[in-house]
Design a protein around this ligand. Structure first.
Ligand code: PEP
Length: 251
């Protein structure tokens, strides 16, 4: 039985004081209940160090939203894997559709980042998903296959154990439109089948595949009850402690 993993992607939201406030509400809300799923928050870089201090000795784990694949040097504005480790990150989101669409990230670049994260002992939350145009053209599985295969190029079966894949249909991110549980399950099952072919059945059976795209308290339980959906990557609804906690409860 795979564990469930709920991650909150804060995106470019919450300054330091706002981050402290949200984390304090999350800690209070989560301390009064038994949580049997894994909970991760991914604040912006500027709040990581303080967040790490605040969540110490709680069930909440820390992730970043991006990193660069080089160790250090003349890469103005970038942050390295070892820098993320030094402020207490365990996870890093890589290949988010906003990084792909707005910042031009390619499968090849994302693959380099995944390899560097693994070498640095950071666990990638590797995002894939099709645009509306791609879905309507009937090429969802081709796109997801290209992204998964490209992102996992030269990744060993042992390394795969450290990776979470997040299936996030781009048309469902921040739009209020959610994939139906059946639509999401179909692609999750396809990813698991793909990973069986790329690696083996046991690696695919153990792989955590999160769904992301307008997950809310009122749709989380149904999505999370699908056999191949092992958690959620939550954007908008993780910015309010109450709604993020409700999603965690649903898991
Ligand atoms: C995301 O950005 O990963 C996401 C799923 O956002 P939202 O939940 O707001 O659609």
């Amino acid at each position: 039985m795979r564990r469930k993993v709920i991650a909150g992607n804060w995106k470019m939201n919450n300054n330091l004081a706002e981050s402290q406030n949200l984390i304090s509400k999350l800690i209070t809300g989560l301390s009064s209940q038994k949580t049997n799923c894994e909970v991760i928050i991914c604040p912006p870089f500027t709040s990581l160090s303080e967040s790490s201090t605040l969540i110490k000795d709680t069930v909440i784990k820390l992730g970043a939203q991006n990193m660069y694949f080089e160790e250090n040097g003349a890469f103005t504005g970038e942050v390295s894997a070892s820098m993320l480790k030094s402020v207490g990150c365990e996870y890093v989101i890589l290949g988010h559709s906003e990084r792909r669409a707005i910042f031009g990230e390619t499968d090849e670049l994302i693959n380099k980042k995944i390899k560097k994260a693994l070498l640095s002992n950071l666990k990638p939350i590797f995002c894939v998903g099709e645009t509306l145009e791609e879905r309507e053209s009937g090429i969802t599985k081709d796109v997801v296959k290209r992204q998964v295969t490209g992102g996992l190029k030269d990744i060993t079966v042992d390394e795969l154990e450290k990776i979470i894949i997040a299936y996030e249909p781009v048309w469902a991110i921040g739009t209020g439109k959610t994939a139906t549980p059946a639509q999401a399950e179909e692609v999750h099952a396809f990813i698991r089948e793909l990973v069986t072919g790329l690696y083996n059945k046991s690696a695919a059976d153990n792989l955590i595949i999160q769904y992301g795209g307008s997950v809310k308290p009122d749709n989380a339980a149904e999505l999370l009850s699908q056999p191949d959906i092992d958690g959620a990557l939550v954007g908008g609804a993780c910015l309010k402690a109450d709604s993020f906690i409700s999603i965690i409860k649903a898991a």
